[in-house]
Design a protein around this ligand. Structure first.
Ligand SMILES: Cc1ncc(COP(=O)(O)O)c(C=O)c1O
Length: 463
């Protein structure tokens, strides 16, 4: 980069930072922090790399926010969006109207989702999909004349979105502290073996732990009364909660419990859907057979905002044939341009056999290389599955002792990652990754190199 260009770039950076600091309220950010340290301005991106307004290039190991599955700059999606915006930039799906993109996308989703799911209700985000699922659950039981079935069981540390209903359903204490939770939501334990191991100091058998945590759902149903419980909701793998991969015994047991009781099973696929686990859906990986399945993010690889709820045939039959009008919907439900982006994205995934490539080639390589980081003094556990991973930073790896939260070790490591041109996220002291599915083996090598360097630098900072 020439000196002149660098100077211009810096001037632009300052301009954007000033405008941003003066007028932009950011999600999940302490606004005061942005006064002390200006926002990083991302200006462009290609493949799996982001470029900031000073020309620095970062490997985006978070795929944006777990969403840019097919990578940045895909011409097929850009062209589809451009054609659709000229043909029909907007029309709604209310009052018995539709348009080709919404119809085509719903058919495509019926093809790729589990075979018992053949209907979609469209939304613009994951949070709206969760709100829609809640309204559908309650509507379903009302139609069946069981209005007392209202309680939805969710899990601690789950993330289901940021609307009032979605944040209530999620299990994030810091969100509940700001506004509480709506009625009829109850939280049970999460299958976080490493966390429990550190917390109790006990030599915990993972499979037994998985069964016990699953059993707590059945216990909760018994305590509340089956006649009052409407549904259980879970992510196949908790994402924002720290990439919590349950022991194998967990889902085996939960499936039995969901079949045993008369409750709906909602599987939130907002992160795990669209290839992230090396299967089209987390439900395919664990054979979960959900009644409802919220989707978003990877549906359009994040190119445009679109989400939805996949509805199983059993539930659709009640809603369609017995329910009458469902008084619910969004101006942008099935937005034609967003739907066109999603169609192009899914077709691209199919044309490139990306799910198979992830499952058979790149994810096994990522997981193998990721586990090499286990030898680092700061690393207590490395876990991962498909294109998801977590690196737990601990004070004493031999004795499962975590750092004092106040030290902010995860944030220190995340900052070093940025210095090393790597985007990884910190959930407490857990570094998490969810790279674009198109990541190649050579990029994975670059990722590991930068991650190790960042760990070393974190260790030096703490010394
Ligand atoms: C599992 C899960 N569900 C729902 C949501 C909410 O999606 P959105 O941010 O699009 O509203 C998220 C967002 O990260 C998520 O991870």
């Amino acid at each position: 980069m020439t000196q002149q260009f660098t100077a211009v770039a810096h001037a632009n950076t300052e301009k954007w930072q000033q405008l941003d600091a003066a007028h932009h309220l950011h999600p999940f950010t302490n606004p005061k922090d942005l006064k002390n340290k200006a926002a990083r301005i991302i200006e462009s991106a290609q493949g799996i790399y982001l470029t900031d307004s000073d020309g620095n290039e970062y490997l985006d190991a978070m795929a944006g926010l777990w969403c840019v599955n097919m990578g940045y700059g895909r011409q097929e999606i850009i062209d589809a969006v451009s054609a659709q915006i000229q043909q029909l930039p907007y029309y709604n799906a209310f009052f018995k109207t539709s348009h080709p993109p919404a119809a085509e996308l719903s058919a495509l989703l019926a093809e790729i989702t589990p075979s018992h799911m053949n209907h979609t209700f469209f939304t613009s985000s994951g949070s709206e999909a969760i709100d829609t699922a809640i309204r559908m659950i309650w509507r379903y039981w009302d139609i069946l004349e069981k209005p007392e079935k209202r309680i939805i069981i969710s899990r601690k540390n789950a993330y289901h979105g940021s609307t009032i209903a979605a944040s209530s359903l999620g299990g994030m204490e810091d969100m509940h502290k700001q506004g509480g939770i709506i009625p009829n939501i109850v939280h049970v334990e999460q299958p976080y073996w490493f966390g429990k191991r550190c917390e109790t100091g006990a030599d915990l058998d993972a499979q037994e732990f998985g069964r016990e945590v699953a059993q707590s759902i059945a216990d909760k149903i018994e305590e509340l009364g089956e006649n009052c419980v409407a549904a259980f909701i879970a992510e196949p793998i908790q994402g924002a909660g720290g990439v919590i991969i349950p022991p194998d015994s967990y889902w085996t047991e939960v499936k039995k419990i969901c079949a045993q009781y008369e409750i709906l099973f909602v599987v939130d696929e907002v992160i795990c859907g669209f290839g992230r686990t090396g299967h089209w859906f987390g439900s395919d990986l664990y054979d979960l057979k959900p009644d409802l399945m919220p989707i978003a993010k990877g549906l359009s690889s994040g190119y445009l905002p679109i989400g939805g709820v996949m509805v199983s045939d059993r539930i659709a039959d009640v809603l369609i044939n017995q329910g009458g009008e469902f008084n619910h919907g969004y101006t942008y439900s099935g937005h034609p341009v967003c739907a066109a982006a999603a169609i192009a994205n899914i077709k691209l995934m199919q044309a490139e056999n990306i799910v198979e490539t992830v499952r058979e080639t790149t994810a096994p390589y990522l997981q193998k290389r990721l586990r090499e980081l286990s030898d680092h003094a700061l690393v207590g556990e490395v876990r991962g599955l498909g294109m998801l991973g977590a690196i737990e930073l601990v004070k004493d790896k031999d004795n499962y002792i975590k750092f004092d939260k106040k030290r902010g070790v995860g944030a220190i490591c995340r900052n070093h990652c940025f210095e090393n041109k790597l985007v990884m996220r910190a959930v407490g002291d857990t570094m998490i990754l969810s790279p674009p599915l198109i990541i190649q083996k050579s990029d994975i090598d670059t990722f590991i190199e930068r991650a190790r360097k960042s760990l070393d630098m974190t260790q030096q900072t703490l010394a």
